[in-house]
Design a protein around this ligand. Structure first.
Ligand code: SAM
Length: 282
């Protein structure tokens, strides 16, 4: 097999790699923030790469986008205002807007090119961008949180790249303190928290920093995501009030279609593996 027919992401430090067979390169550019590549693959549809890392494929993005949004939105008692930090491909925005209680969803991505390219190569993810409740901003999420008024949002979803480059400052106590201040009393922060298998130390550090920032309750949820390192990913929810389950009735009777998320998936995703329990001392 000619190696040039494959896109490969090597996982630094893990001694592993993930490859997809590609049909052709659709686009490449350097924005002020990151290097963009888009490929047409043989079996996963289109593939978005930022700085050499897989972000989104047509075929499997639903796993990530649904698990980044619905568990938090069904945990909050009545989510009306949602901010998405990052998420420029607009898939998380589309999912959040499926909730009828949501009155306003603001997506804050540092790099407008991610959204403009998603509009061309992942139009299905952008189908809610013209919803009157949607607002797309193109600025640094760190600055957005720093400048935001206290008690102004119910859910903050941090759908960012890995904690290097422009996203580095989205994974520390100072940022979480800012999020804590912006959230309303029952407010929930949810952040993509990498692979439990490969990045457990980072996950622990994130959880410790969220607690140190004043969050009362933490829950890490697990889900498959085959295009990301190890194929197993997580999202961590941090809540200002005690987390006592989720709105199971509402989830079971949801009024919109999903591909992965349902009430049983939500329950199952909350189960904690033994090695993780030991690491988190829970
Ligand atoms: N699902 C993806 C993953 O985990 O690989 C994340 C996808 S989404 C495309 C990540 C977005 O985070 C990118 O569009 C990037 O521009 C954005 N981002 C990175 N740092 C940011 C920051 N400081 N403020 C706002 N957006 C940021």
């Amino acid at each position: 097999m000619n190696p040039s027919e494959w896109f490969t992401e090597e996982h630094a430090g893990a001694g592993s790699a993930f490859s997809l067979k590609i049909k052709r390169k659709l686009h490449e550019e350097q924005s002020p923030f990151q290097h963009h590549e888009i490929y047409e693959t043989e079996t996963f549809g289109n593939l978005m790469i930022l700085d050499g890392c897989t972000m989104v494929s047509t075929r499997d993005n639903f796993l990530y986008h649904e698990m980044m949004s619905h568990p938090a939105l069904y945990t909050h008692p009545n989510p009306k205002k949602v901010w998405i930090i990052g998420g420029g491909d607009c898939g998380t925005l589309r999912e959040a807007l499926k909730h009828p209680s949501v009155e306003e969803a603001v997506q804050i991505d540092i790099d407008e090119r991610v959204t403009r390219l998603a509009e061309v190569y992942f139009p299905e993810l952008c189908e809610s961008n013209n919803d009157p409740r949607a607002d797309l901003k193109f600025i640094d999420g760190i600055k957005w949180i720093k400048d935001a008024a206290p008690n102004s949002v119910d859910i903050i979803i941090v759908d960012s790249t890995d904690p290097v480059g422009p996203a580095e400052g989205l994974f520390n106590e100072a940022f979480y303190r800012g999020c804590h201040a912006c959230l309303t009393d029952n407010g929930i922060l949810v952040q993509q928290s990498e692979s439990p298998l490969l990045h457990l130390e980072l996950l622990k550090d994130m959880r410790n920093a969220m607690s140190a920032a004043g969050f009362t309750s933490l829950q890490t949820l697990y889900f498959p995501q085959c295009i990301y390192p190890s194929g197993w990913w997580s999202a961590t929810m941090a809540s200002k009030s005690a987390l006592n389950g989720f709105r199971e009735q509402d989830s079971a009777n949801k009024s919109f279609a999903t591909e992965y998320y349902n009430v049983d998936i939500h329950r199952g995703a909350l189960a904690q593996p033994e090695f993780v329990k030991r690491a988190f001392a829970i």
